[in-house]
Design a protein around this ligand. Structure first.
Ligand SMILES: [Zn+2]
Ligand SMILES: [Zn+2]
Length: 254
């Protein structure tokens, strides 16, 4: 049995287990807790309150842009002003309304079960990014934060995304050696300054990404400074093209 069919078989078994679990525990809406039929885990009303990104998007950061996609590269004003070090980026949701509360529940609310449906939305939004033999890696969390929160929400998203896409995941490809202060409220330049040299490739994982395309995964993109620092670390370690995929993008209304 080759590696591909082994993984597919494992995945089928895993899906069967999931189906059995769903028969015992009927699906509830992730937003409000009501019973739902939806495969995506949201009832109709929460679905309408969740700003999924569709239509034309910025190829660099995934933010919605006015107009229609015509096959040419599109970039939003932010990315034209601050070119991104990565190749392409996508986001599943706008960080607003119910999307904001879902992201916060995943991050601080001890609700790791949100990662599975979230990774499906990301697989859908990021379908233009996936490449054969791509390596998926999460934005790292400092160990002290990991202890406090019990899990790294980005690593959870990365793991589920690996299941959705069949691509390899390396949860500790990058590491955050220094604990950085919370970046909220800082300007883009301050964020970049705070993050320079903070994220580095894990010494034992460097070889894994050499010559390979890497997909960086995070829950939220605000200025993009953290993802830029991760991109830098991967490029230094010899990765080929680097892409980013996030659950939610903080962006102005489009
Ligand atoms: Zn609901
Ligand atoms: Zn953009």
């Amino acid at each position: 049995m080759d590696a591909g069919s082994f993984i597919r078989r494992k995945y089928r078994i895993w899906q069967q287990v999931q189906t059995a679990v769903e028969l015992i525990y009927p699906p509830r809406c992730l937003g409000c807790g009501n019973l739902t039929e939806s495969d995506f885990g949201l009832c109709g009303s929460c679905w309408r309150d969740t700003p999924f990104i569709g239509g034309a998007v910025c190829d660099s950061c995934g933010a919605p842009v006015p107009g229609n996609a015509d096959g040419h590269r599109i970039e939003c004003d932010d990315c034209l002003k601050t070119p991104r070090p990565w190749r392409d980026g996508r986001a599943a949701l706008l960080y607003q309304a119910r999307a904001r509360s879902l992201v916060l529940s995943l991050k601080h609310g001890d609700r790791p079960e949100l990662a599975r449906p979230a990774s499906r939305w990301m697989a859908q939004a990021g379908r233009a990014l996936f490449r054969p033999d791509m390596l998926i890696a999460p934005v790292p969390l400092h160990w002290s934060r990991l202890i406090k929160r019990r899990y790294n929400q980005s690593a959870l998203l990365a793991q589920h995304l690996g299941r959705e896409t069949g691509l390899d995941v390396c949860p500790d490809l990058l590491e955050r050696r220094v604990r950085t202060p919370v970046l909220d409220g800082k300007t883009a330049a301050e964020r970049a300054e705070t993050l320079s040299g903070v994220i580095s490739p894990h010494a034992k994982r460097k070889r894994k990404m050499q010559g390979r395309d890497v997909l960086l995964v995070d829950d939220v993109m605000t200025s993009g400074a953290t993802l830029a620092a991760c991109t830098q670390a991967c490029a230094t370690a010899g990765a080929n093209h680097i892409f980013v995929l996030v659950l939610a993008r903080v962006a102005k209304d489009a």
